[in-house]
Design a protein around this ligand. Structure first.
Ligand code: ADP
Ligand code: MG
Length: 319
């Protein structure tokens, strides 16, 4: 058999293969592979579970981030996946793989970072695992949470002509990373708690790989297409100084933001948008619209031209 390696298959190709091997969710598993978190029913209630890993030299470097910031970032990615289901975190389990010669203070500071962020949302570390490794420092976190309301928001729920809304400043964290800084982002848990009460939400995802890649996930799971409006993209002050091409690249393909992208069928949302801005001090922008699947992923430029958009966000093994 012809054998090929992960750099050919890519992260998403590998996950697709694993997903096929495992098959459809069984028994009380309601959602398995394919969303920001899995959902299962336990004693009649829905439970959310998610896992996200952070690896030294891949996601961060101790020359660009303090251990506290590394811990914060590791927890942020996981809490954001719970926010991206319309949920709230309960507990976290933390696995650490470290070299024997690492200073103990470094691990303690990583825990301070994780705990500082998690405690903001009343989430506590309930356990984990610790191993020695010859490789880079690895942090693997599992977070268990619960839905906030009756509904859980999936990547697969987008409907034709829904508006696509984005919280905050996509691209900001990616630009900081280019300048060798790790952003101390706060997952949008409070924001989705608010929005889920005020708005009918059809689909929800967080921006971990970049808008173009994350919206491609929504297109695949919902079997729809997307048109992005360039004129509506929120441009963070530090991004304003970039040239158009770089600006679009950082906003559309930069990951790490942990902003939320949601789709809604509601038309009258102007007052909600202005209320949101006042309450959270970040924008809520209508960045696009859901189209039929055959449309693919396109962007309507400020010059009035529609162009196809490639999913060019971060993918492990390829970058
Ligand atoms: P996110 O960026 O939101 O963390 P990922 O792209 O990492 O999501 O994962 C997409 C989906 O694939 C999720 O449902 C995740 O649980 C699943 N997944 C990722 N890696 C594996 C793996 N090694 N084995 C099984 N499922 C996986
Ligand atoms: Mg996610």
């Amino acid at each position: 058999m012809h054998s090929f390696n992960l750099s050919t298959l890519g992260e998403f190709g590998l996950i697709q293969k694993i997903r096929k091997m495992i098959g459809h969710p069984l028994r009380n598993l309601k959602v398995g592979i394919g969303d920001d978190a899995a959902i299962f029913k336990m004693t009649g209630k829905d439970v959310l579970v998610t896992k996200d890993m952070l690896v030294e030299k891949v996601h961060f470097d101790f020359r660009m981030a303090t251990p506290f910031e590394v811990g914060w970032r590791a927890m942020a990615a996981n809490l954001s996946d719970i926010a991206a289901m319309g949920g709230w975190p309960y507990f976290a389990l933390v696995g650490i793989g470290a070299r024997p010669n690492i200073p103990v203070e470094r691990i303690i500071a990583i825990y301070r970072g994780m705990m500082k962020l998690a405690s903001r949302f009343n989430c506590q570390i309930a356990g984990g695992d610790t191993v020695s490794t010859p490789g880079p420092l690895t942090i693997s976190i599992t977070v268990i949470g619960h839905p906030l309301g009756k509904k859980i928001f999936l990547r697969s729920g987008a409907k034709l002509y829904d508006k696509i809304l984005a919280t905050g400043w996509p691209g900001k964290a990616a630009l900081a990373l280019k300048e060798n800084k790790l952003s101390r982002t706060v997952p949008r848990l409070e924001e989705i708690k608010y929005l889920s009460r005020k708005l009918k939400i059809n689909a929800l995802i967080d921006t971990s790989d970049g808008i173009s890649s994350d919206l491609t996930r929504v297109c695949e799971e919902s079997k729809v297409g997307v048109l992005i409006f360039e004129k509506n993209l929120p441009i963070a002050p530090e991004i304003k100084r970039l040239k158009r091409k770089e600006k679009l690249d950082v906003i559309l393909n930069g990951g790490e933001d942990f902003e939320l992208l949601l789709t809604t069928p509601e038309k009258k949302i102007d007052s909600l948008i202005s209320h949101f801005k006042k309450k959270f001090d970040i924008p809520l922008s209508v960045i696009g619209e859901i189209k039929p699947q055959k449309y693919g992923l396109k962007i309507l430029g400020t010059d009035g031209r529609e162009e196809p958009l490639k999913a060019s966000g971060y993918e492990h093994f390829r970058s």
